[in-house]
Design a protein around this ligand. Structure first.
Ligand code: G1P
Length: 292
């Protein structure tokens, strides 16, 4: 079945990003000229997904507003004849994009957050995009669309992985491919997956980086998943059960990811996206020379 739906868990409080995230959601922090969440939604759209389910929290209303029509602002720009700006504003909600919202009342973990989207996803396969992570696209097709295609062909869930420095493995879900080496853009069946292993117990340095394509079966598995690392219901643990039942593939990112939930990752993303920006890029590169 084609993947046309995606779940974006945005209920997290963003404590790593304080004080910026005190009164605005961390997903609304701007990278160059767009909030982080806008890049993530555009990535989903580019993979053929047109239905986004935000799993959210009462403090995060600005995200829903961002993907809604701002009628007053549009009318005012129209009245002033600001057509270019009107276009920019309208592009935030591309035609055909459906956004729905479910609440995660209690912060019980990523697995729990994903399970909250079940009434909207139903029996359909779906993608999960963690909104802190920006995935740099290499080539004309996005990695997520390649993963969705692999899912369609094999029926195997697809989990994006990326090599990380060994000292960082304990911050991630880490996969074991039993010694099989995969290059960028390649996949291989996962043999084991562990959430946030201590460095000396990590099966590899291939970390899950926040993009998944999953079958609806994962919801049933989440129902019976006990709290794991950090006392939270972990998506990784349900994926481990799915792996034993039906097979799950790791897919190695072709480009790289940026963790915008950390301050340094955010700064790096700002520079990386800034220098590539179609309008600002060349001036920004010039400006950066002053800081070397
Ligand atoms: C989550 C997942 C973890 C994954 C990480 C990627 O952890 O549980 O498996 O590696 O996202 O960013 P979190 O960062 O929410 O603790």
């Amino acid at each position: 079945m084609k993947v046309t739906k995606a779940v974006l868990p945005v209920a997290g409080l963003g404590t790593r990003f304080l004080p910026a995230s005190k009164a605005i959601p961390k997903e609304m922090v701007t990278v160059v000229d767009k909030p982080v969440i806008q890049y993530v939604v555009e990535e989903a759209l580019a993979a053929g997904i047109n239905e986004i389910v935000l799993v959210t929290h009462s403090s995060k209303r600005a995200i829903e507003d961002h993907f809604d029509v701002n009628y007053e602002l549009e009318a005012e720009l129209e009245r002033r004849g600001k057509h270019e700006l009107l276009e920019v504003l309208r592009e935030t909600v591309p035609p055909g994009l459906k956004v729905s919202v479910v609440r995660q009342g209690q912060a019980l973990g990523l697995g729990h957050a994903i399970n909250c989207a079940r009434p909207v996803i139903g029996d359909n396969p779906f993608a999960v995009l963690l909104p802190d992570v920006l995935v740099e696209q290499a080539g004309t097709r996005t990695d997520l669309s390649v993963m969705a295609e692999h899912f369609l062909e094999t029926g195997h869930a697809q989990i994006m992985v990326e090599p990380v420095p060994e000292e960082s493995v304990s911050q991630y879900g880490v996969v074991d491919l039993e010694g099989v080496e995969i290059g960028p853009g390649e996949g291989s069946p996962m043999r084991r997956v562990v959430e946030k292993p201590p460095r000396d117990e990590a099966p590899s340095n291939l970390a899950i980086v926040g993009r998944y394509v999953l079958p609806a079966r994962i919801f049933q598995l989440l129902d019976t998943t006990e709290p794991g690392a950090g006392g939270e219901i972990q998506l990784t643990d349900a994926i481990a059960t799915l792996m034993n039942e039906a097979g799950v593939d790791a897919f190695r990112i072709r480009g790289r990811s940026y963790d915008c939930g950390s301050k340094l990752g955010y700064l790096e993303a700002t520079v990386a996206y800034g220098v590539k920006h179609p309008k600002l890029g060349s001036d920004f590169r010039e400006l950066l020379k002053q800081y070397q």
